[in-house]
Design a protein around this ligand. Structure first.
Ligand SMILES: Nc1ncnc2c1ncn2[C@@H]1O[C@H](COP(=O)(O)OP(=O)(O)O)[C@@H](O)[C@H]1O
Ligand SMILES: [Mg+2]
Length: 514
């Protein structure tokens, strides 16, 4: 049922989360407002009617007294032969107004108000007032019959009628006055009750509106604080990212620089290295020629001279040493070439696009570049590199970035071994494996100082470093994490203990997952 309702009602009617409380408060505010306004309007108009009724029933008291008074005035006037028209008119008017109002209160009708203007009074609904009106009628109706002949007979009033009216008035006037009084009081009570109800409604509405306002205020303040904190966090995150970007940019330019140098070196070495075998060949040929000359062509008188020269330059030594010199030059230039190639593989010429690469070749190129670091400290043994490479297919990856990640982990491993004094056999082992046929695992382990448990959660945080100022930036592993997890959709795990050392396991897919 609810689901159907939600289907029918457009989604936008369910206010979006963040602003829900504001819309809800506004709706509640409207409800409270209407809840106060409507009863206020109704009760106010009832109070207006109440005021008219109280006024008119108050007038009834006065009229009942006036009727009695004018009857008595008429009796005195008739006895003393005074003019009777004035009290007769006053009686007629009082009679008419009293009668009209009594009927009005009973059945509801327009009557003449205190100010002489017509005013509508509704029929009384209250049972007690209705009873009082019935009692009043019971007294008034016979009274009416006794007054009517006095009003209708102009100039000459029948004495009998006057006597009857006075007798009736003496007997019932006070009771009629009392009934009118009760009606007025009862109506006042009703009006007071209404005023009280209105006060309660207004106070409750105001209190609810205030509660609503404070809830909204509290909620808004809470939300503002949360947003402020989020903005602050985002700002810090942006700052960190900026620094990481700068660091990456630096690495990228460094890669380009390395690529440039490698290219230049390669050009220079290409002048020497390919020529060495020819040089070797030429020298061998020349030496053979010298030997032949030695044997057959020189005359006897020259022989002594040649012997002296041969002795002087130590031809035998030259013959045995020259091939060695050339061999050693060959070894030197071929090592330079290897380094240049490694530099080029490592830098991947600043490539940023996806490439299929032999991951082992990349790791080897990094090891070649780091070669000098493996035996920096003269008083401790050189770091041994143990490679356990599996048969791996070519890997699709951002090669330059991946190399940077491996470089970061390997330099940390070297630092960890350097920091740990007296390691008997400092080692870094690199293991590769194919897992689940579409992932490869690269594990880089060292037997260095290890990472204390409390730091293990923080090593991937930007700027977390335990190294002295100037040595550590705390960016290496955070950038590595980005490269592996975010850019290659891979995983990176760290296992470490101060006794055994540290192992980083990296898993990346064979093909880039976009
Ligand atoms: N192989 C490791 N052995 C011991 N500690 C390590 C190793 N690798 C990383 N760490 C710890 O992780 C921290 C963060 O490393 P990293 O992000 O590369 O920054 P940095 O090397 O500049 O300190 C290092 O300061 C170090 O405490
Ligand atoms: Mg580092």
């Amino acid at each position: 049922m609810i689901a159907k309702f939600q289907q029918i009602v457009p989604k936008y009617l369910f206010f979006p989360g963040k602003y829900r409380i504001i819309f809800l408060s506004a709706a509640l505010f409207l409800c409270f407002d209407l809840g106060v306004l409507l009863p206020n309007f109704l009760i106010s108009s009832q109070l207006k009617e109440d005021a008219i009724i109280i006024n008119l029933s108050g007038r009834q008291r006065m009229l009942s007294q006036r009727i009695s008074k004018t009857i008595l005035q008429l009796q005195i006037a008739t006895q003393t032969a005074q003019t009777i028209t004035i009290p007769q008119d006053e009686l007629a008017q009082a009679y008419k107004q009293f009668d009209q109002t009594l009927i009005g209160l009973k059945i509801g009708k327009t009557v003449t108000g205190s100010d002489g203007k017509p005013v509508f009074i509704p029929a009384m609904q209250n049972t007690k007032i209705k009873n009082l009106l019935t009692q009043s009628e019971a007294i008034w109706n016979p009274y009416k019959l006794k007054i009517e002949p006095i009003i209708s007979s102009r100039n000459k009033i029948p004495q009998q009628s006057l006597q009857d009216a006075i007798a009736y008035s003496n007997k019932n006037n006070l009771q009629l006055l009392n009934l009118m009084n009760q009606i007025t009081t009862e109506q006042q009570n009703i009006s007071n009750n209404r005023t009280y109800t209105l006060q309660i409604i207004q106070t409750a509405g105001l209190c609810l509106a205030l509660i609503n306002f404070f809830i909204l205020l509290f909620h808004t303040l809470k939300n503002l604080t949360i947003s402020d904190n989020k903005i602050q966090e985002a700002l810090e995150e942006i700052e960190k990212t900026q620094i990481q970007l700068i660091q990456k940019e630096k690495m990228c330019s460094l890669g380009q620089l390395v690529a440039g140098i490698a290219h230049e070196l390669n050009n220079s070495i290409n002048f020497i290295h390919p020529n060495l075998p020819h040089l070797h060949q030429y020298m061998t040929d020349l030496l053979q020629l010298v030997e032949l000359y030695e044997k057959y062509h020189f005359k006897v008188d020259k022989e002594i001279e040649i012997k002296i020269l041969t002795k002087l330059i130590d031809l035998d030594f030259i013959k045995s040493d020259l091939p060695k010199v050339i061999k050693s030059m060959e070894i030197g230039t071929s090592r330079s070439r290897d380094i240049v190639l490694s530099l080029r593989t490592f830098s991947h010429l600043g490539e940023t696009e996806i490439k299929k690469v032999d991951i082992h070749k990349n790791i080897d190129s990094i090891l070649m570049i780091l070669h000098s670091q493996f035996h920096k400290q003269l008083d401790s043994p050189a770091i041994e590199i143990i490679k356990k490479y599996d048969d791996l297919p070519l890997i699709e990856c951002y090669a330059a970035k991946l190399n940077q990640a491996f470089l970061n982990i390997l330099t940390n491993a070297i630092d960890a071994l350097e920091t740990k004094q007296l390691v008997e056999n400092p080692q870094i082992s690199i293991t590769t494996k194919l897992v689940e046929s579409n992932f490869i695992l690269i594990a880089i382990a060292d037997n260095g100082i290890g990472i204390p448990k409390e730091n293990q959660q923080r090593i991937f945080d930007p700027f977390f470093t335990t190294k002295p100022v100037g040595k550590g930036t705390g960016l290496g592993l955070s950038i590595t994490y980005q490269i592996i997890v975010e850019e290659h959709k891979g995983k990176i795990r760290c296992f470490s203990s101060p006794e055994k050392g540290t192992e980083f396991q990296i898993e990346i897919p064979i093909q880039v997952i976009s």
